[in-house]
Every structure is written in C-alpha cells, then in structure tokens.
Design a protein. Structure first.
Lengths: 182, 248, 474
C-alpha cells in the first residue's frame, strides 16, 4: 500500500474513461465533492453510510449547495433510482488496471455503483495497490467471505457494430476522488 | 560438408527448378550435395487428413531413405516440421522407428535454417560478390509451419536483406496463413481462396513485385489465385532468389 | 443432421455485411489483444502457469468439485449437479416454478446457449429476457451468437433499429433512429424495467474458486451485476471445468481473460459472489443456486490430449486470430461454440458424423495455439480428432469414406515403393492436361472443379527433379 503507485493508478483509470481528482485535505475533499457534483448538474445524490463517508460530514455542505439526498431501505428501488450520482467509498485501488475494489456489507448497497448514471468513488491513496497480484495476495478474509466488485471505468458495450458506447446498463460516468490525507 | 537433399514430392514433380536452385546455392557455398534416390514424401498429407496408418507407411519409407545421411536439408518448413515434430507422435507405438525418427530429426534442417545457422559465415562472403543493380522489391511470407512450428522468422528475411539487388518490404500480417493448409484448400476451396485473397491484397498494398517464401505449398496456392486474378506478382521460393543474386 | 460447413461458408462469403463486420471486429480485437500482451511483461509465464493450474484442476476435478460444492453450500448457496443439458434445464425450471415467477432475466452465458435454456424455459411458460445487449438483439431476431465475445457482430445498426421498432412496440419512426447511442439508450431503458421486475436472474460463471466457493463473473455492460442484484433468486450456471483451485489463482486468470478477449487490461466489472445477500446487506439476491453442468465433459477427461479442450476460459482469442473463422464467421460452425475452440469442442460433445467437418475447418496454421491464454494445443487436438473421425470404428457406417480410404491407401503404397513412385507419378503427370480440359469439369468430382475454379494450376515441368538429378550425375 503505497502512494508511489498513484500516478500509475491515475493513468490507468483515465485510460478506461474515469475522471480522476485529488484532494490533499479533508476540507478540499468536501469542496471537490461539491464541485464534481455541480459539474454534472446533479441535484439528487445517494451515498453509502460507511464510517469514512460519515466522518466527512458531507450532508450539510451538500444541502447548502442545493443538493438533496435520497435515502431508502432495501427494496425501495424507486427511491434509489432517483439518485443521479452514487457516492461510495473505495476499499482498494489497483494501479495496474485502474480498478476500484468495492466491498459489500452494512451501509454499502451494491446499487450505489450501479443504478445512478454517475458513480463517484472516494479512494484514500494509502489503499492503492500496485497490481492484481498484490490484491489477491492480501489474504483479506473479508473479501473471501463477502460479495465484492471490481469496477474499472464506466459500463460499456461494443455490441452494435463494434462501436464503443458508454452506460449501456450501469453508470455512464465514473469519477474518482483520491484522498491524499490520512 | 556433405548434405542429403530431401527435395519434397511437390518440388520434385511440380517445381524441379526450385530443387535445382537449392542445389546450386548449396554448391556455391562449397557444400557437397547428394540426393538419396529412394526418397518420396514425408507422409504429411495423410497424417494431416487423419489417415495415420497410411502416413506411417510413407514415413517409415522416408526414414529408410534418409537413414544413411549425415545431414538432411529440406527446402520446406512444413515437411521439416513433419519430420521434426510429428514423426515422434506418429511412431508412439513403434519405439524402433520412433528412435530412428528422433535421430534423423535432429540432423534435419530446413533450407534457410541450414544456411543461417549452420553455414552462416561463408554464406555472407559469397553473396557480397554480386554487383548491385536496380533494386527489386520483394516481400516475405511467413509460412505457418516454418514460423510457428520451427520458429524461423528472421532468418529468411536476413538472407534476403543481404542480397544487394533486393529491397525487402514488410507486408501487413506477413505471418498470417495464406489459406493453403495442404488438403484443406481442396476440402474448402472457397474459404482457402478467400484467405489467399486477403494475403494477396496485403502483397499488393506493400507494392512488392514478388512474394518470397520457403514453402512451395503456400507459393503454389498463392500463385494459383494470383494467376486467376491476372495480377503481376511473382511467387518465388527463396532458393530461386538466392541463386539469382549469387551469380553463375 | 451433419453440419454443412462448406455450404455455410459459401453463404458467409457472399454476405457482404458479415465480411466487413468480420474484418472490422477481427482487426479491432487482434490489435487490442496484441497491445495488452505487450503491456504485460510476464505474459508467457502467466500462460504457462494458467496451463499448469488448469491441468491440475482437470486431473483432480472431482476433488475440487467437492471442495467447491462444500464451500458454496457453507455460504448458503444451493448446489445442483446436472449430467445432461435436459437435466440442467429442468433444474432451472424447477427453481423458477418453486418461486412462482413469471419473468427471468439472463446475462450472457455460453453454457445456457449450450443447453438451449431459453427455448426450454419459454416452452415451460416463463418470460425470459436476455440482457447483454448483443444477446438481447439476437433474442429479438431469433438467432444464435456468432462470436463468444461479440455475439451480434453480424448485425448492422439498421437491422438492430428495425428489430427494436418491430419487437419492442416502439413507434414506426423509431426504425429510422440508427445512431448507436440512441439504440443503446432504448435497450437501457427497456432492460432496466425488466431487471427491476424479474424474480429470477440467470448468469454464467467465468471462474469458481474451489477454496472459497466464490463465483466470479466478468463483464463490461453491468447487466450481470443487475441480474445478480435485483431478482430475489440468482441461478448461476457453469460447466464443471470452470473451477480454479485457489483464490490467488484469480490474479493470473483475471489478467489473462480480459487481455486475450477484448484487449482490455480489465473489464468494467468483475463480480465476486460469495453466497447470496449477506445479513447486513441492503440489496442482492436472497437465494443463490449453482448449477454444475457435465453434458459430456467428464467423458472428455479420458484422453490426455483431448481433455485439454476443457482448459478453455472462453476468451475468443482463437476466433480472432483464426484465418478460417475470420473468413466465414461463427454461424458456419453450426453450433454454439465456433472458431478453433468450437472445432475441437463440438465434435467431442456432439460426436461424429454430426460434427465431422469441424476438425477439417482449419488450415492447421497454429495461430490459435499461439494466442491461447491457457495454451491449449488446438492444432494437435484437431489432428487427433481427424484421426478419430477416420478410424472406421468410430463411425456408424463403416464404409463412410470408401473412395477416400482407397485413395490414401494406394497413395501410401505408391509412395513407399520408390520404384512404383518413379514409374507411375510421371505417367500421372503426363495426363494432367486432362484437368484443364473443358470436358473434365463435367465428369470431375464437384470439389475438384470448385478448386480449379478458384485456383489456376501451376504449369507442369517436362522433367522431374529426380530425372534432372540423374542426368546431372551422369
């Protein structure tokens, strides 16, 4: 786990069509999140409730900027569907491929990175690993027992005439905000 | 050095001039060439078509014909690969012939392989004697068995580059199949023809006046299509090009 | 009924759209794969290791199957073993019935094509929706996939637009909407509705880790994620050969698969499914079923060479590099699996004489073996299958190729006797002018005259090399 892989991660993620931003402090991170959401003219967002995201206290700032939250319990998909942006934490970044690893569990619905048109992942740089190999050799028991996902860029297809089209089912845009502070 | 020429059935009866060119090239380099008169074919057509008993019958004879040779040179990547790689499988239940086939395989060389790996230094000296003329553009086609089964890709190109009157141009997808595949081209003539057309289009695109290869099978197939399409491309075995530039 | 490879290929050759689609797709996939391989310095080592791992799995298949079943069950999954296609279909039907469902969504799965699951479920009264865009298009058109990775490669955007307008009940003017983005958007909206409405989701499996019971699904569109998130029941179908022993092996296979298939360093999504929805999770299926399909696979284990067919990870690289596939497309192979892998898999699953032409649908150029990420010796397997197809006892009709057999027999006798060879061959050549005589084409076997239509014969020499050598020696 080393920030040395940061430039490689950024390059790989951008190569697969992700937008990548970096925030050096918590305050900058909050501002960047708002800026990113505004750049997509997002009015309604939907966010995981993990300790990291909670500690960022984004709610108030978002409300001040006129952005509302959807919340909803399992099964209330009609509520979830209103979210234009899904904000999630990212458990690991894999530099070699520009991959975000998203674990599951409490406060981490799978839908947040799937239903909205835009997915914003918040990734602390200390969690960037060099390669697939380093990820699979972590011996992280949580990953061996819970469902998790690799996300590498937006949803894509080339099924009609081999022409690349984004957002066929999942998010059309994937944005990564790197948190370069501890 | 003395070598036995395994000329292959296709050169023997359809393209004897290629066999002559091979002999001339080797003799120019001071190699003594002998021709084992008993030789016929390596048995590949039957092997590739699934008739292994028949292939074995021919292969046994081939081994007998080449048995006494100190070193065998064969102007075909495909036939060399048959002897080197497939005889062992063919004789898996006949240890005596399997052993014999392995012995012969280890002293059998494809023509350009022999020139570049065994005869290396003397060959270069020989070629540089020829005077430069207006350069002729040729492209090289990698026949599949030579490149993939024997791993010979750069050697023939290097030989061609040494010739003062030749400019070697690379065609696109030089290592893709020409569509011959032995009886494949008779089994699926339309497909074989379409694959050859793709290859010929690559040749046209690189504006070479000749396509050079080390296997008469590919060249016969390509020539057949080129002649049908009435195109001005010559199909030459590398030995024909070499003798031409080595002078009389 | 036997597959008519030659007729199919002649048809494919005259299909201009198919030809241009094949050229475009082939070039695109080949370049992508080559670039990705260049960017992977230890590529060859990874291939060798993947080959060894697959060998290990196949040699200990029952052991790892038992381990996988235990671990999937430990995580709350239900495991079903199906010996035949029919059995697998019935298992899926049974699960769907027990939940009284109507709509079933499916993500792309070659195994489901192999067992013809859709037809079975539809006959049983279920509404089945394919959700991979390519498969969705094919389902509307009532066709089979023509490429493992790009199933609808043979369809033009105009054809897709027409299909959408006709089959999705869209207004007529929609048929004129042929921008690919707009068509994709139509599919997105339509299928999103189906995902949220379906009660059962059926997917394939790319890798199943025996050690942990993890099912891995690799995809780009996200439809497999939808299929495994919203329906309350997830049914995963896999051939028994898809097992890999250890968790760490995933790093090798997830490096090899996307790079070989599409040239991506990684696909957009990889799902690692460990059982059904966890207790603390808010979404995901509440029930997971894994159907393990044999369908002739364990029969293939007997032969040390042929069993390597089961190493395949379905990347499609052999198709993209095969000169024959690139010329005729997937439908010519007359089955679910096409290209070089289809040419060795279909004969072993469906037998001869049905699949007789397939092992011969190759020039034996070995390009497939060069690119196969798990190093399946496809050309050797083709040769072995050709041998088996010609051994008379494998065929129900012993005299299936009497003339061919006679020809090869005489040829071998001729060529193993130098005296006969040197006497008869020149004689044959002397009469070869007959081949180009106009009368010949009327009496010659059709295949020979077609060959001559495509290819000119070389002009024949007056003397063989043998004769010239004899003169030279004198």
């Amino acid at each position: 786990m080393n920030a040395d892989f940061l430039p490689i991660f950024t390059r790989s993620a951008e190569a697969v069509g992700c937008s990548v931003d970096t925030a050096e402090t918590m305050d900058v991170a909050r501002t960047k999140v708002i800026q990113i959401l505004q750049s997509y003219s997002a009015k309604v967002v939907w966010m995981w409730t993990t300790p990291l995201l909670k500690s960022m206290n984004l709610e108030e700032e978002l409300l001040d900027s006129g952005i509302t939250f959807v919340s909803g319990k399992a099964g209330e998909i009609h509520l979830w569907e209103q979210g234009e942006v899904g904000i999630t934490e990212v458990d690991y970044g894999i530099a070699e491929t520009g991959t975000m690893v998203l674990g599951g569990g409490a406060g981490r619905p799978r839908s947040a990175s799937l239903l909205p048109s835009i997915h914003l992942g918040l990734l602390p740089v200390s969690r960037i690993l060099p390669s697939l190999k380093s990820f699979f050799h972590l011996n992280h028991s949580a990953f061996k027992s819970n469902t998790f996902f690799f996300i590498t860029g937006p949803s894509r297809t080339a099924d009609i005439e081999q022409t690349l089209t984004l957002g066929v089912h999942g998010p059309r845009r994937v944005h990564i905000l790197l948190l370069a502070f501890s | 050095m003395r070598v036995s020429l395994f000329v292959t059935c296709i050169i023997d009866y359809l393209f004897p001039q290629v066999g002559v060119a091979v002999v001339k090239t080797l003799q120019k380099l001071g190699v003594e060439v002998v021709f084992p008169m008993e030789q016929t074919c390596c048995g590949q057509p039957a092997f590739n078509y699934g008739y292994r008993d028949e292939a074995r019958r021919v292969a046994r004879h081939c081994l007998k014909a080449l048995e006494k040779s100190e070193c065998v040179v064969c102007p075909s990547g495909s036939c060399t690969a048959m002897i080197r790689h497939h005889y062992s499988e063919l004789f898996e239940n006949e240890p005596e012939f399997q052993k014999k086939s392995q012995e012969i395989a280890c002293r059998t060389f494809e023509f350009t392989e022999f020139l570049t790996r065994v005869m290396k230094t003397s060959f270069l000296r020989e070629v540089t004697r020829t005077a430069t003329e207006k350069k002729e553009k040729v492209c090289y086609h990698d026949s599949c068995h030579l490149s993939r089964e024997l791993g010979i890709r750069e050697e023939p190109r290097a030989l061609l580059r040494h010739l003062p009157g030749i400019e070697v141009v690379e065609m696109e997808k030089a290592d893709e199949c020409c569509g011959f595949g032995g009886l494949f081209s008779a089994y699926l003539p339309e497909v074989a023809g379409a694959i050859a057309d793709g290859k010929i289009d690559s040749i046209l695109k690189c504006s070479a006046s000749s396509v050079v290869a080390c296997d008469m099978g590919c060249l016969m197939h390509l020539h057949g299509r080129i002649a049908r399409r009435k195109l001005p491309i010559q199909c030459l075995h590398i030995a024909e090009v070499l003798t031409k530039w080595m002078g009389e | 009924m036997p597959i008519h490879f030659r007729n199919n290929s002649v048809r494919a050759l005259s299909d201009e759209f198919l030809q241009s689609a094949l050229r475009r797709t082939g070039t695109h996939f080949r370049q992508g794969r080559n670039r990705a391989v260049e960017a992977t310095p230890d590529w060859e080592e990874l291939r060798s290791r993947a080959h060894e791992i697959k060998k290990e799995v196949i040699h200990h298949l029952n052991f790892y199957l038992t381990q996988l079943i235990e671990n999937v069950e430990r995580k709350g999954g239900h495991v079903h073993q199906a010996r035949t296609a029919e059995e697998a279909c019935r298992v899926v039907e049974g699960i769907a019935r027990s939940h009284r469902v109507q709509t079933i969504v499916k993500s792309k799965s070659m195994v489901s094509e192999e067992i013809e699951l859709n037809a079975h479920l539809q006959k049983a009264g279920f509404y089945v929706v394919e959700t991979d865009l390519g498969e969705f298009i094919l389902q509307l058109a009532g066709e089979k996939p023509s490429h493992i990775i790009a199933p609808a490669v043979h369809k033009s955007r105009e054809q897709v637009a027409m299909l959408f307008a006709q089959k999705l009940g869209l207004p007529e003017e929609m048929a004129r909407e042929t921008s690919i983005e707009a068509l994709t958007e139509i599919a997105r909206k339509y299928l999103r509705g189906k995902f949220l409405q379906a009660e059962v989701g059926v997917t394939g499996v790319n890798f199943a880790v025996a050690e942990t019971g993890t099912l891995v699904i690799v995809e780009n569109e996200g439809n497999a994620r939808f299929t495994t998130t919203y329906p309350k029941v997830h049914i995963a179908l896999m051939g028994i050969e898809k097992i890999i022993p250890r968790w760490e092996d995933l790093s090798i296979f997830l490096t090899l698969l996307p790079r070989s298939a599409t040239g991506q360093m990684m696909t957009s999504y990889v799902s690692f499914l460990n059982g059904s929805r966890g207790e603390d999770e808010e979404d995901g299926p509440v029930e997971l079923h894994l159907v393990l399909l044999d369908n002739g696979r364990s029969k293939m284990l007997k032969h040390p060479l042929l069993q390597q067919t089961l190493y395949c990870i379905r990347c499609g690289a052999c198709l993209n590099f095969c000169p024959v596939y690139q010329t005729v497309g997937g439908h010519a192979y007359g089955g679910v699996y096409s290209g070089p892998i289809g040419a060795i898999l279909t004969p072993q699953m469906q037998g001869f004489p049905h699949a007789l032409p397939l092992p011969y649908a190759s020039s034996l150029c070995s390009a497939c073996a060069d690119v196969c990420p798990v190093k399946i010796p496809i050309p050797q397997i083709l040769l072995s299958l050709r041998y088996q197809s010609r051994k008379s006892d494998t065929l129900p009709f012993r005299s299936n190729f009497p003339l061919e057999r006679l020809a090869f027999y005489s040829w071998s006798v001729l060529l193993s006797s130098p005296w006969l060879y040197r006497w008869i061959f020149p004689l044959l050549l002397r009469f070869s002018w007959l081949l180009s005589h106009p009368l010949f084409s009327r009496v010659a076997p059709a295949i020979l005259s077609s060959y001559l239509k495509e290819h000119a014969l070389p002009s024949l020499p007056s003397k063989s090399f043998y004769q010239r050598w004899k003169e030279y020696e004198r």
